[in-house]
Design a binder for this molecule. Sequence first.
Ligand SMILES: Nc1ncnc2c1ncn2[C@@H]1O[C@H](COP(=O)(O)OP(=O)(O)OP(=O)(O)O)[C@@H](O)[C@H]1O
Ligand SMILES: [Mg+2]
Length: 273
Amino acid sequence: MRLEFRQVSKVFGAKAAVDNVSLSLEGAGFTGVIGRSGAGKSTLLRMINRLGDASSGQILFDETDILALSGKAKRDWQARCAMVFQQFNLVPRMDVASNVLHGLLGRRSTLSTLFNLWTEADIRRALEILDRLGIAEQAGKRAEALSGGQQQRVAIARALMQDPRIILADEPIASLDPMNAQVVMDTLKRIQTEDGRMVIANLHTLDTARRYCDRVIGMRDGRVVFDGRPEQLTTGVAREIYGADASFSESATSTAIEGLGPDTKYAAALMGD
Ligand SMILES: Nc1ncnc2c1ncn2[C@@H]1O[C@H](COP(=O)(O)OP(=O)(O)OP(=O)(O)O)[C@@H](O)[C@H]1O
Ligand SMILES: [Mg+2]
């Protein structure tokens, strides 16, 4: 499988949130996108599954121009590249199994969805996925009763229900404590290696990018300013990506630089190994 950006831009008013990006991702790798707040990471990710349309350029998946898709073809594509969000986006008062089954939305008729008329095979599959992710015993609980890390695994289970080729994760661990963050990243890594799915994740800590990604894309002001293997992500390169001055340190993250982080200990704890 191959995902290719050809001179893709996304303009909001006078500002190019994504500025003439060309890159190509081959096979089932784990790609991390890093960069400071406002660099265009989310905008880039959202264009892939058509949550936001590009202003110009092409995005090709195995030679299909996905920006040109409409109607059913567009919905089919959206099911093939499932999105995972920082805030999980579950239905809080609904039970976990039903949240997972909602991954089939768009593949089932509105009526059967409305009345929760899932087939036995669907339900079995949802439970199998929950079991695989280590949260089968939570299936009957309301989503809101789970920890953040568990909720994010439910969101990943919901994504897997679509059997996607690509998982797009927008800051999947930014709301989690270090231990839950690790469980969620390990889960995404397993899905990539065991199932052969392409994972693209926006990440705000360098150490996470280094630890989990085969490839890291650094964005600054809408442009790709770094594209390479994690070991090429030296302090100097990171400083360029984040636009930080000489005080920039190895352990710093975009959140820490921006001073917006809920807790800078978070980054430090993740640096552990
Ligand atoms: N819907 C929108 N309308 C106007 N401007 C937008 C919109 N979405 C994003 N932008 C602008 O585009 C730029 C890129 O935003 P984007 O959300 O992609 O950045 P990001 O790298 O994901 O940042 P963060 O790390 O804070 O999530 C920013 O300047 C932002 O203000
Ligand atoms: Mg973002």
